[in-house]
Write a protein that binds this ligand. Structure first.
Ligand SMILES: Nc1ncnc2c1ncn2[C@@H]1O[C@H](COP(=O)(O)OP(=O)(O)OP(=O)(O)O)[C@@H](O)[C@H]1O
Length: 276
C-alpha cells in the first residue's frame, strides 16, 4: 500500500469562520426609498472590510442592519451564525462607532466611556478599571477627568472609540468615524485603529468615502452603487500588515487606489444611468 508521507501533505488550512453573513438582505424605507437591493456578503473573523461608494448607496443602511439597529425588509443577517436579535445569548460582542463622537458634554471623559458598562450594570470598580484600560488603548488615560470640550476633535473621536472598545467587542462597526477630521489626524487615527485591530484580533466593518483610507486599512473593499443601493464589486487588498505610512507611497498602493478610483467612477456612472 502506498503511504503518503506526512511532509507531502498540504498543511491543513482552517476554514474561515464567518463573523457576519448578509443573506439576500434588502431594505426599503417606509417612505418607499429603496435603499438596498438584496445584498449577499460574508465577512470572516479577523477581516477588515471597508464599504466604499457614492453618497446614498446604502453603506450606513447596511452597517445599521448588521448592528441590528435596522430590520431588513427581506432576507436575513447573521452575526456569528445567529440572528442579530439573539446576540445577547452569545459570549461575543459588537460595538458601533458613529461619525460624530456624540459625547455627553456635561460628563467627564471617564464617565462618557463608562456609559455602556453602566447601562449593562457592570460593578463600578470593575467598570472603572476597564475604562482606564480602554483609554490607555487610545492614548488618553491622562484625560480621564477632562470634559469633552477641553479636547480636540481627534481626541473626542478617540474617546468615542474608547467607549466602543470598553465592552471588549469582537466586532467593531464604524460609520465614517474619521470623516470630519483633518488629514493628519485622520492618518494618525487610521494607523492607531490598525494597531488595535491587530492587537485585539478584531473583525472590523468600516464605512468611508476615502479611497486612500480604504486601501490603507482594508483586507477587503466592498464597492457599492446607489439608486438603488447595491454591491457592485469587491477587491482584496493583498498587502501585508503591519502597514505604515510608507505603504501609502508605494507603487502597490497607487495600483490599488487606481483600481478603486476606476471602480468608484463606474459605480457613480451606474447611478447616473439609473437616474436617467
Ligand atoms: N430613515 C430613512 N428614511 C428614508 N430614506 C432613508 C432613510 N435613511 C436613509 N435613507 C435613504 O436611503 C438611501 C441610502 O442611505 P444611506 O445613508 O444608507 O447611504 P450612505 O451610502 O451611507 O450615504 P452617505 O455616504 O451619504 O452617508 C439614501 O437614498 C437615503 O436618502
Amino acid at each position: 500500500m502506498n503511504r503518503i508521507e506526512p511532509h507531502t501533505l498540504a498543511p491543513p488550512t482552517a476554514p474561515a469562520v464567518p463573523a457576519v453573513e448578509v443573506l439576500s438582505a434588502e431594505k426599503t424605507y417606509p417612505n418607499g426609498t429603496q435603499a438596498l437591493l438584496p445584498v449577499d456578503l460574508s465577512i470572516a473573523e479577523g477581516e477588515f472590510v471597508t464599504l466604499l461608494g457614492p453618497s446614498g448607496c446604502g453603506k450606513s443602511t447596511l452597517l445599521k442592519m448588521v448592528a441590528g439597529m435596522l430590520e431588513p425588509s427581506d432576507g436575513r443577517l447573521l452575526v456569528w451564525r445567529k440572528p442579530v436579535s439573539q446576540l445577547h445569548d452569545s459570549a461575543r460582542r459588537m460595538s458601533f462607532v458613529f461619525q460624530s463622537p456624540t459625547l455627553m458634554p456635561w460628563a467627564s471623559v471617564q464617565t462618557n466611556v463608562r456609559l455602556p458598562l453602566d447601562l449593562a450594570g457592570v460593578p463600578r470598580k470593575e467598570a472603572d478599571a476597564r475604562v482606564m484600560e480602554s483609554l490607555a488603548l487610545v492614548g488618553l488615560e491622562k484625560f480621564a477627568g477632562a470634559l469633552p470640550r477641553a479636547l480636540s476633535g481627534g481626541m473626542q473621536m478617540r474617546v468615542s472609540i474608547a467607549r466602543g472598545l470598553v465592552t471588549q467587542p469582537d466586532l467593531l462597526l464604524m460609520d465614517e468615524p474619521f470623516g470630519a477630521l483633518d488629514e493628519i489626524t485622520r492618518h494618525k487615527l487610521d494607523a492607531d485603529l490598525l494597531e488595535l485591530w491587530r492587537k485585539k484580533k478584531l473583525t472590523v466593518i468600516f464605512v468611508t468615502h476615502s479611497i486612500h483610507e480604504a486601501v490603507f486599512l482594508s483586507s477587503r473593499v466592498v464597492m457599492m452603487a446607489a439608486r438603488p443601493g447595491r454591491v457592485v464589486e469587491q477587491f482584496q487588498i493583498d498587502e501585508p500588515y503591519p502597514r505604515s505610512a510608507d505603504f501609502m507611497v508605494t507603487p502597490e498602493f497607487a495600483k490599488y487606489a487606481k483600481r478603486l478610483q476606476d471602480s468608484l467612477l463606474r459605480a457613480s456612472n451606474a447611478d447616473e444611468e439609473h437616474a436617467r
